[in-house]
Design a protein. Structure first.
Length: 398
């Protein structure tokens, strides 16, 4: 943008006088400064945060879009959508044009997935369509990197559904729906299967389904050119510790390691990953040793540089555990950061790695943090924003 021109910086001590000799290079310097500030401001004003919530009532706003000022660390409301019930989890298309949401979550005998078009220039979010989720209580969505497939996990009865996506963001009827039934050792929480997330492998050739009810991380091959892309994997599942309740799942940026947060165990299990296969290498607590029961671990993410892992805890903790990731994939505890609210169900890290936003669904607020790229620690920025029942968040730079 600035070409190969050289600019000279002029230091003026006080008192100082601007002569004709110094005016021209100073003018260049001021112009360069103005351009840099304009670029920074442009970047700042093209970052958005998308929030889903448990709104319980279609008349109440359910999805909220905020503008993130990356310089001041401030979230400002841009637009919102009503007319939908409990849009509890959101994901975006690879190009950022479309927002997909689990809808009618926690609604008995119901469940759907919905799509919306986001226009960053007009700053609008427009409803496109919905499809039945293929099960009660949809809780997690993911989109294939080619933008042509949407995968949904239904918690209550334990199932996964696969939908083709049109180029205009419309969700087509499901082409596959697999139901699972077996439970595990906890009769109150694991009476049957409960799929809690749907996560693609780094090469998008496999998809993994943590099953809280069965204590399994299920796996399928994903053949994106097939009409029915989910196909049996050589290793159909990885067994977790009985009673652990695997919930959310993520891969290291290098593709060699994977991590699963276990809701009931209050733990993170680390795995070596290769060609659809998970090999356990470590299991570590997400909480201090003094906490012995009633764990409610929730979400898990890794910084873009692959150096730190973050895991949220609800219940008595309401914090984010911070771990450094060693060269062998194992975790070392760095510390804990309060989310400044109650029940941090979902959080996210932006693609630059500079910001983390946590949603506190019970206290109905979201907190913005700035990440220290060297230490991994978090520092609260600005004021919390109030969104009743806020339950998920995604950040996107446009």
């Amino acid at each position: 943008m600035l070409g190969n021109r050289e600019f000279k910086y002029v230091h003026l001590s006080a008192p100082a006088f601007i002569t004709l000799k110094t005016y021209l290079p100073l003018k260049k310097t001021l112009s360069l400064t103005a351009i840099i500030l304009a670029c920074i401001q442009l970047y700042s004003q093209h970052t958005y945060a998308f929030f889903g919530s448990f709104n319980r009532d279609k008349a109440t706003e359910g999805i909220h879009v905020y503008q993130l000022d990356t310089i001041k660390g401030k979230l400002s409301k841009l637009t919102s959508v009503s007319g939908i019930l409990n849009p509890s989890f959101l994901t975006l298309s690879p190009d950022g044009k479309y927002v997909y949401s689990c809808t009618e979550s926690k609604t008995k005998n119901s469940g759907s997935v919905s799509s919306f078009e986001f226009n960053p220039e007009k700053k609008t979010l427009r409803f496109i369509n919905s499809q039945k989720s293929g099960g009660e209580n949809p809780v997690y969505l993911t989109v294939h990197q080619n933008g042509k497939w949407l995968i949904n996990g239904n918690y209550t009865e334990g199932s996964v559904s696969v939908y083709p996506l049109s180029e205009n963001g419309m969700i087509q009827p499901a082409v596959q729906n697999f139901q699972f039934s077996e439970g595990s050792i906890n009769p109150d929480r694991q009476e049957r299967s409960h799929i809690h997330s749907t996560v693609f492998s780094p090469d998008f050739n496999y998809i993994f389904l943590p099953d809280l009810g069965a204590d399994k991380i299920r796996a399928y091959q994903f053949k994106s050119k097939n009409e029915k892309p989910l196909q049996p994997a050589e290793v159909p599942f990885t067994q977790t510790v009985p009673g652990s309740g695997p919930r959310h799942f993520t891969f290291h940026p290098n593709g060699k390691y994977a991590y699963c947060i276990e809701e009931m165990g209050g733990t993170v299990s680390a795995y070596r990953y290769e060609n659809g296969k998970l090999t356990p290498i470590q299991r570590t607590d997400t909480h201090p040793e003094k906490l012995k029961e009633n764990f409610e671990s929730s979400d898990i993410h890794i910084s873009p540089d692959g150096r730190f892992l973050y895991a949220s805890n609800r219940g008595a903790e309401n914090n984010i555990a911070i771990f450094s990731i060693q060269n062998n994939g194992q975790l070392t505890t760095v510390g804990y950061q309060s989310t400044k609210g109650k029940h941090p169900r979902v959080f996210t890290i932006d693609s630059t790695g500079k910001f983390l936003i946590a949603t506190n669904s019970v206290s109905g607020d979201a907190t913005l943090f700035k990440r220290n790229l060297t230490t991994g620690l978090l520092k609260k920025m600005g004021k919390k924003i109030k969104i009743s029942g806020v339950s998920s968040v995604q950040i996107r730079h446009y």
